[in-house]
Design a protein around this ligand. Structure first.
Ligand code: GLC
Length: 582
C-alpha cells in the first residue's frame, strides 16, 4: 500500500471512531462502594441449637430430621445461612461441646444419612450450612484422651496437656466450668494432672503438637468435602498455651481473657489452618471471641492476614447485666467496633446466642406490653448494622427467659457447677439464684415454640428442658398468621436487608450520640442514605431532625404510624423505623 493511501485509511478510521463515539451515550461509570463483596458479608445467619429446635422421634431431644421438617420455615425467614451448634457424637457433659467422635453424628440427633439430607435440603433452598468445630478441647471420652491418659508413654500422651504430679501441684489455672474453679484435674492412673479450661470432661487439646493440628485439619476437610459452607471455631482464642505454665498473678482469673486468649502460636495455627483448609474451599470462617483488643481482632480477620473471615467479639453481647445496662454504653461499644472495622476486616453482629439468656429479656422489655415492640426493635438493630447479622432461634418470635426458681430445674453444666462453687465459697445464694434466673444459658435453650399444642409442638415426649409457659401466645403458628407479629417483622427486615446492599456495606454513622433514649444512625452508600431510629424506652421519645428528614419515606416501622410534628418525630415506646433520607 502506498504511503498516501495508508494515511487515508487511518484518517477514515479515526473519523469513523469519532462519529461512533459521538453517537454513544457517555458511559456511566458503575457507581458502587461495594469493595470486595463476599457471600458471607451478605449472609443472614440463623443459629440453631439442635437439641431444642424440633424433635422428630419423641425422645424429648431435638434432632436433624426435626430440622429437615422445618427447612421451609427456615427459608421463609429470609435467612441465608444456618450455624448449627455441635451435632457430633458426645456424652453431652456440655450439650455437644464435648466431642467424642468428630466424624459421626450424636445418636440422639440421628445419623450421617440424616445429616446428608439436611445439607442437601438446605442447599436446594440456597441456604448455607456453618458447622461448629470444637477443638480447643475434646471430650474425655474421645479415643485420643482414653489413649492419652492410659500411660505416660502412649503415642497420644502429647495430644493433651499433662503435668506430672511428682513436680508438685501445677501453677493455678482457672476453669470456667469447674465446680472448684480449678483447671487442673488430677488423674491417679498416671499420677498426673491434665488441663481443662472448661469442665473436667473437656480436656484441652495440645495445639503445639503438629499431629493434633493435622488431625483437626483432616476433620475439617472431611466436613468441607461433604459440602458444608463454613466453620465456627469454638473457644479457639484459647487454643495456644504457654506449656511452661508460668505462674500468673494472684486474682488473674478476674481478667482471665488477658492470660488465656491469643497466646503465642495462635496466629500461626490459624494461618496453617487457612492454608490447609479454608483456602481450598469456598467456606466462611469465624472464631468465637476476637481476642483482648482491637489489634488482636484485626490480626484475626484482616484480609492480608489469611486467617479468618469474620470477627465475633463479645464486648457488645456482654453489655446487659443483671443490674441493667446503659444505652450510652451500647452506642459507644457498637460504634467503636464499627469504626475500627470500617476499612479492613468484617464483624459479626449479634445480641444473643446459646451462651446467653434470651435477647428480649436482656436487651429489651419482655413484659406483655412491650415484648413485641422491643423484640422488633432489637431485630431492626441487628439487621440494619454493618457486619454479618446472626439471629438466634426463637428470637425471630420474641421468645423470653423462663422463670426457674430451683437449681434442680437447670441442666447447664455451667449453672450446676457454678452453683456448687458459689455454695462452697459462701456466696449469697438468694442473689446467686436471682442472677442465674436472669442470665443462665438455659434461658436461651428452652424448646422452640412452634404452636399452641402440648409442648409447643416441639416434641410428643418429655422435653429435655421445660417449654416456656408463654408458648400459647408466642409461637410460630400464631405469629405466622398475624401480619403485625414479631415474626413477620423479622421477615420484612431480612427482605429489606437483601434488597438494600446499603444495609450490608454502607457506611455507619452514629448521630445524636447524646440522646438518652434513642439510638440513631445513618447508613450511607454512594448517593443513598438511610436513617435508623430506635427508641430504647418504654416511654415515647422525641427526636428533632435536621433538614426535611422527618417527612422522608418510611422503609420499615414496627408500629402502623409515625408521629411527625414539624421537623420532629415522636417515637412510641420501643418504636423502630428506617427512613430513606436521600
Ligand atoms: C464455647 C461455647 C459454649 C461451650 C464452651 C465450651 O464458649 O459457645 O457453649 O460451653 O465453648 O466448649
Amino acid at each position: 500500500m502506498k504511503r498516501s493511501s495508508f494515511i487515508g485509511v487511518i484518517c477514515l478510521f479515526l473519523v469513523l471512531m469519532v462519529v461512533l463515539s459521538c453517537n454513544q451515550k457517555p458511559k456511566e461509570q458503575p457507581k458502587t462502594s461495594i469493595d470486595n463483596a463476599q457471600w458471607w458479608k451478605e449472609a443472614i445467619v440463623y443459629q440453631i441449637y439442635p437439641r431444642s429446635f424440633k424433635d422428630s422421634d419423641g425422645d424429648g431431644v431435638g434432632d436433624l430430621k426435626g430440622i429437615v421438617e422445618k427447612l421451609d420455615y427456615i427459608k421463609s425467614l429470609g435467612v441465608t445461612a444456618v450455624w448449627l451448634n455441635p451435632i457430633y457424637t458426645s456424652p453431652n457433659a456440655d450439650n455437644g461441646y464435648d466431642v467424642s467422635d468428630y466424624r459421626d453424628i450424636m445418636e440422639e440427633f440421628g445419623s450421617m444419612a440424616d445429616f446428608d439430607s439436611l445439607l442437601a435440603g438446605m442447599h436446594q433452598r440456597d441456604i448455607k450450612l456453618v458447622m461448629d468445630i470444637v477443638v480447643n478441647h475434646s471430650s474425655d471420652q474421645h479415643e485420643w484422651f482414653k489413649q492419652s491418659r492410659s500411660s505416660r508413654d502412649n503415642p497420644y500422651r502429647d495430644y493433651y496437656h499433662w503435668w506430672p504430679a511428682e513436680k508438685g501441684k501445677p501453677p493455678y489455672r482457672y476453669s470456667l466450668f469447674d465446680a472448684k474453679g480449678d483447671a487442673w484435674q488430677y488423674d491417679s492412673l498416671t499420677n498426673a494432672y491434665y488441663l481443662h479450661y472448661f469442665a473436667k470432661q473437656q480436656p484441652d487439646l495440645n495445639w503445639s503438637n503438629p499431629k493434633v493440628r493435622q488431625e483437626v485439619y483432616d476433620i475439617m476437610k472431611f466436613w468441607a468435602d461433604k459440602g458444608v459452607d463454613g466453620f465456627r471455631l469454638d473457644a479457639f482464642q484459647f487454643a495456644a498455651k504457654d506449656t511452661t505454665y508460668p505462674k500468673f498473678p494472684d486474682g488473674f482469673e478476674k481478667d482471665f481473657i488477658q492470660y488465656y486468649a491469643m497466646q503465642d502460636g495462635l496466629h500461626d495455627y490459624l494461618k496453617e489452618m487457612n492454608e490447609e483448609v479454608f483456602s481450598k474451599y469456598d467456606v466462611m470462617s469465624v472464631a468465637e471471641g476476637a481476642g483482648r483488643n482491637f489489634e488482636d481482632a484485626h490480626k484475626l480477620v484482616d484480609q492480608d492476614r489469611n486467617e479468618l473471615n469474620l470477627a465475633y467479639a463479645f464486648e457488645g453481647v456482654d453489655i446487659p447485666k443483671y443490674e441493667g445496662y446503659d444505652l450510652a454504653t451500647m452506642k459507644e461499644v457498637f460504634t467503636k467496633w464499627d469504626q475500627e472495622f470500617a476499612e479492613d476486616g468484617w464483624l459479626s453482629i449479634f445480641l444473643a446466642n446459646h451462651d446467653q439468656a434470651r435477647m428480649v429479656s436482656r436487651w429489651g422489655n419482655d413484659s406483655e406490653a412491650f415484648r413485641s415492640a422491643s423484640t422488633k426493635l432489637l431485630n431492626t438493630f441487628i439487621l440494619s448494622m454493618r457486619g454479618t447479622p446472626y439471629c438466634y432461634y426463637g428470637d425471630e418470635l420474641g421468645m423470653t427467659n423462663i422463670d426457674f426458681d430451683s437449681i434442680s430445674q437447670y441442666q447447664d453444666i455451667a449453672a450446676i457447677n457454678g452453683y456448687q462453687k458459689a455454695l462452697s465459697e459462701g456466696e449469697d445464694m438468694d442473689l446467686f439464684m436471682e442472677k442465674l434466673n436472669f442470665g443462665s444459658r438455659d434461658n436461651g435453650r428452652t424448646p422452640m415454640q412452634w404452636d399452641g399444642s402440648t409442648n409447643a409442638g416441639f416434641t410428643s415426649g418429655t422435653p429435655w428442658l421445660p417449654v416456656n409457659p408463654n408458648f400459647a401466645e408466642i409461637n410460630v403458628q400464631v405469629e405466622d398468621s398475624d401480619s403485625n407479629s414479631v415474626l413477620n417483622h423479622f421477615r420484612a427486615m431480612t427482605q429489606l436487608r437483601k434488597q438494600n446492599p446499603i444495609l450490608v456495606y454502607g457506611d455507619y454513622k452514629l448521630i445524636m450520640p447524646e440522646h438518652p433514649t434513642v439510638y440513631a444512625y445513618t447508613r450511607t452508600m454512594d448517593d443513598k442514605k438511610l436513617l435508623v431510629l430506635l427508641n430504647f424506652s418504654k416511654e415515647s421519645s422525641t427526636v428533632s431532625l435536621d433538614k426535611n428528614w422527618a417527612a422522608s419515606p418510611i422503609l420499615i416501622n414496627n408500629y402502623n404510624d409515625l408521629d411527625i410534628i414539624d421537623n420532629s418525630l415522636k417515637l412510641k415506646p420501643f418504636q423502630a423505623v428506617i427512613l430513606n433520607i436521600n
